[in-house]
Design a protein around this ligand. Structure first.
Ligand code: RTP
Ligand code: MG
Length: 141
């Protein structure tokens, strides 16, 4: 399988729980490397732009409000099949439906406060990496 890059966000609920390191350990344990990272407080405009694909969905307002409720940790993960591998590690969107041992099963509280974001396809991964790391150094290794 090809080496890919994917965008990961540790959402405000998981940052508040102080489990950034535990989530990074899951990535590293699965062979994914952190090749870029930044901690930041998203503005409303940034959160709306990032989740623009969901603009028409009924949960859009709550999603944006949640994503700006506290700092997030944003990283690029690199590795074989990184996009699907990260989605597997994350588990289902709704933590009640997430498989045992996944990040969302272990750290998420609800479908809104669901601990992590991960790109869902090669096209979205490229757009999302460029959104948070435009022209910034990515330390491929
Ligand atoms: P994400 O984009 O954050 O990685 O999550 P996902 O792919 O698993 O889910 P997606 O369908 O892209 O939805 C984005 C985020 O919106 C919230 N959501 N709420 N109330 C609802 O029915 C609902 N559906 C989605 C979740 O927080 C989800 O992560
Ligand atoms: Mg999604």
């Amino acid at each position: 399988m090809a080496i890919e890059r994917t965008l990961s966000i540790i959402k405000p609920d998981a940052v508040a729980k102080n489990v950034i390191g535990q989530i990074y350990a899951r990535f590293e344990g699965a062979g994914l490397k952190v090749v870029a990272a930044r901690m930041m407080q998203l503005s409303q405009a940034e959160a709306e732009a990032f989740y623009a694909v969901h603009k028409a969905r009924p949960f859009f307002g709550d999603l944006v409000k949640f994503m700006i409720s506290g700092p997030v940790m944003v990283q690029v993960l690199e590795g074989e099949g990184a996009i699907a591998k990260n989605r597997e590690l994350m588990g289902a969107t709704d933590p009640k439906k997430a498989d045992k041992g996944t990040i969302r099963a272990d750290f998420a509280d609800s479908i809104d406060a669901n601990a992590v974001h991960g790109s869902d396809a090669a096209e979205t991964a490229a757009v999302e990496v460029a959104f948070f790391f435009p022209g910034m150094q990515i330390c491929s290794r």
